[in-house]
Ligand binder design. Structure first.
Ligand code: B1M
Length: 209
């Protein structure tokens, strides 16, 4: 099944048509993961390229992002596990200065579907807010997302803040986001890097084993 029309609709930012095409793809028997990867994430890659080339601007990029989010809402029930026990609590957020949340929300959705309890702190989350949430929610993993090379250092700042607050021995740290790499994770002292939402689930299970 081709998801080209869906991708084009997300790139154009036609919210209603994109949500309808997502529903139709599901009705036609397409796999939710394939719709996500080949229809929606593929569209955001094109949007990013067009933006970098100067062929698309922030308001259009935002509209495409909103369109993708609506489609993800349609897919969401297909990623939810049925009545699973809580595997652990994960404090999740996009780091300070960064407003990108589509990837982080997908990671939250997959982790929730796999049976983890998610405390989603949202975007632009300060190191202090991560520290506070770990203490208040008894988090076992802190998951940080960054999409800008300029906000990646906030991951290191957050790890330092968790160490200073005395949480580093009890909490595992997972980081991800398009500019983040496994080497970067090692260099800032994170416990792991996950390249995508599926790997985030695998890594979270491994961290709490
Ligand atoms: Co922005 N943006 N943006 N943007 N944006 C990028 C990231 C960019 C690469 C575009 C480009 O130039 N080609 C570029 C960053 C360059 C860089 O630093 N390397 C960029 C820029 C420059 C900016 C602004 C500075 C633009 C401006 O204002 N001049 C500005 C910054 C605002 C801010 O944050 N302070 C900005 C704003 C925006 C919008 C608000 C318009 C919008 C975001 C809306 C939203 O998120 N609600 C937006 C968008 C949509 C993008 C692109 C096009 C798409 C991002 C996305 O959602 N991808 C993006 C280009 C691109 O990435 N191709 C771009 C789809 C998503 C599913 O992928 O987030 O990578 P991703 O998540 C993946 C994995 O990375 C991983 O799993 C996810 C699912 O598989 N993952 C994790 C993510 N987090 C994880 C955490 C984990 C584990 C895995 O563990 C905890």
């Amino acid at each position: 099944m081709s998801f080209e029309t869906l991708s084009q609709t997300v790139i154009k930012g036609d919210m209603q048509a994109a949500a309808e095409l997502t529903r139709k793809a599901l009705d036609d028997g397409a796999d939710a993961q394939q719709i996500l990867d080949q229809g929606l994430i593929a569209a955001m890659d094109v949007v990013g390229r067009k933006f970098a080339e100067g062929a698309m601007f922030v308001p259009q990029m935002l509209r495409s992002a909103k369109t993708m989010q609506q489609c993800v809402e349609v897919l969401k029930p297909h990623f939810q596990g049925a009545g699973m026990t809580t595997k652990g609590t994960i404090i999740l957020g996009t780091v300070k200065g960064d407003l990108h949340d589509i990837g982080k929300n997908l990671v939250a959705m997959m982790l929730e579907g796999a049976g983890f309890r998610i405390v989603d702190l949202g975007v632009d989350v300060s190191p202090a807010a991560f520290v506070e949430a770990v203490a208040k929610e008894n988090g076992q993993i802190v998951g940080m997302s960054a999409l800008l090379s300029t906000t990646m250092p906030a991951m290191a700042e957050t790890i330092t803040a968790l160490t200073t607050a005395g949480h580093r021995e009890t909490v595992k740290i997972m980081i991800g986001g398009a500019p983040v790499t496994a080497d970067y994770a090692t260099s800032v002292g994170a416990d792991c890097y996950a390249p995508d939402a599926g790997s985030a689930v695998t890594e979270a299970k491994r961290l709490l084993d």
